[in-house]
Design a protein around this ligand. Sequence first.
Ligand SMILES: Cc1ncc(COP(=O)(O)O)c(C=O)c1O
Length: 281
Amino acid sequence: MEELAYVEGEFVPLKEARVSVTDRGFVFADGVYEVIAVYHGRAFRLDEHLARLAASANAIHLLLPVDHGQLENIIKTGLGQSGFQEAQVYLQATRGAAPRSHAFPSEVKSNLVVTFRPLHPVSDEIRKKGVAVITTEEIRWNRCDIKSIALLPNVLAKQKAIEEDAFEAIWVTTEGIVYEGAASNLFMVRDGEVCTPPKSGKILSGITREVVLQCARDLALPVSETPLRIEEVLKADEVFLTSTTMEVLGVVKMDGRAVGEGMVGPITLQLNEALRKEIGR
Ligand SMILES: Cc1ncc(COP(=O)(O)O)c(C=O)c1O
């Protein structure tokens, strides 16, 4: 098994993969990306991820160099060549190499890179115990629905969380509105109702978020997608995060205070199990 990259139309060992230092992804973070989990050799919710990549590219007026079918083939071939059954596929499309000037180059040749690496799921121990999170002031832009590679606020927030012995940082505005995590969507459970902030330019519409909302509906749990305030989240019975790599991950501490009973809650466990079933289908 080998870590691989698809770059300039070819598969090469990841260590040997190179892009130009003039690539606008490197110079301006002018690009978009996706992270896809592969279980038992199959990419989970591939169509949804490719559709979101196309929507992100469209939102920044970037023409992807390949279409949906070609991307599927690249992923299938890369997975086959890498030999990984459990993998993390990272796709990044940038506005390509060009002299440094903010406006789009007159001749754009967008650059697609895909990497194939082993999946590193959250350990069973962490999943069982749940994680601590911190809140941090929302400093991002109003197009968080675009999966942009410009992630400096997220990088700084996650680093702050790690330095404070927490797993994730949660964006909260100065008005007390809670949006999501640095790399995850946020849910809370209140009196049996599963609540998460609505889709908007302030959150990335997570693929896992959608699957978990559907799982909740299938389990006949009441669901609400309405703005959340930090006071409500701090008083919630349960809080959990969702993402492709975290799946459904219970939050047991927020800014040093216990969430609910201070343990991963029953609805979190139920939804994690439902998501695992979807993955296993
Ligand atoms: C800011 C942000 N929100 C939410 C998510 C979750 O999205 P998904 O479930 O599609 O992985 C991510 C994933 O990286 C993210 O970076």
